[in-house]
Ligand binder design. Structure first.
Ligand code: SF4
Length: 217
């Protein structure tokens, strides 16, 4: 049975963004964002990209090292996995819109390496404003939450990826949400069999999202 829940990202936009703002205008505003401290350490803002008329929007956690340098979402190793899995789920990356819950890279410097550091609840909450602004300008049928940060941003703290993944969740916004893992998780599984099984499950989740987005489920 489908749940219906209130999403958190959309309403923030309605209060604070004038109707009619374009996605480009919102991105320009976001480049000057000082809502939290993450802008101080990142190379640049990484806003979403993709088709403005995408039926499927995918939301990750935050940019990684490569995304921070390139200024584009999902261009690192997890992005390669995601692109391949989308293809196997019968949709091309170029047909989607990809973004992150948090728009600046958070990391710990270890020598020359910059190690991913999970954004905290305050940073996630402050940056949800921008995700809400993006979603308000797009018209997706389905929003896929890739991992716990995206899921909590969209659905609140009670959502659990392990429990809620793969099931369409109806919302009072225009779109349905589907929760699944973040593709970076697949890169961390050491056991080959387990990695293959988890990859198949991820593709199945994406297939469910694609079918919903195409209106066939
Ligand atoms: S992470 Fe988000 S809220 Fe924080 S400064 Fe960057 S754009 Fe603003």
């Amino acid at each position: 049975m489908q749940q219906t829940i209130r999403t958190r990202a959309g309403p923030a936009l309605v209060e604070e963004h004038a109707p009619g703002s374009s996605l480009g205008a919102i991105e320009r505003q976001a480049k000057d964002c000082r809502r939290c401290d993450l802008y101080k350490y990142a190379t640049q803002l990484v806003f979403g990209e993709g088709r403005r008329d995408a039926r499927l929007v995918l939301v990750g956690e935050q940019p990684g090292d490569k995304e921070d340098i390139a200024g584009r979402p999902f261009v690192g190793p997890a992005g390669v996995v995601l692109t391949d899995c989308l293809h196997e789920a019968d949709i091309e990356r170029s047909d989607c819109y990809l973004t992150n819950a948090v728009k600046h890279f958070k990391y710990e410097q270890r020598g020359k390496r910059r190690l991913h550091s999970r954004p905290n609840a305050g940073e996630i909450q402050r940056c949800a404003w921008w995700l809400g602004a993006e979603l308000d300008q797009l018209d997706p049928h389905v929003v896929v939450a890739l991992g716990a940060t995206a899921a909590r941003t969209l659905l609140g703290p009670s959502v659990k990826v392990t429990r809620d993944r793969g099931h369409p969740i109806a919302t009072d916004s225009r779109f349905t949400i589907l929760v699944t893992i973040h593709p970076s998780y697949l890169l961390r599984i050491r056991d080959r069999q387990a990695a293959t099984a988890e990859r198949s499950r991820f593709i199945d989740d994406l297939k469910t999202a694609v079918k919903l987005a195409k209106g066939s489920e």
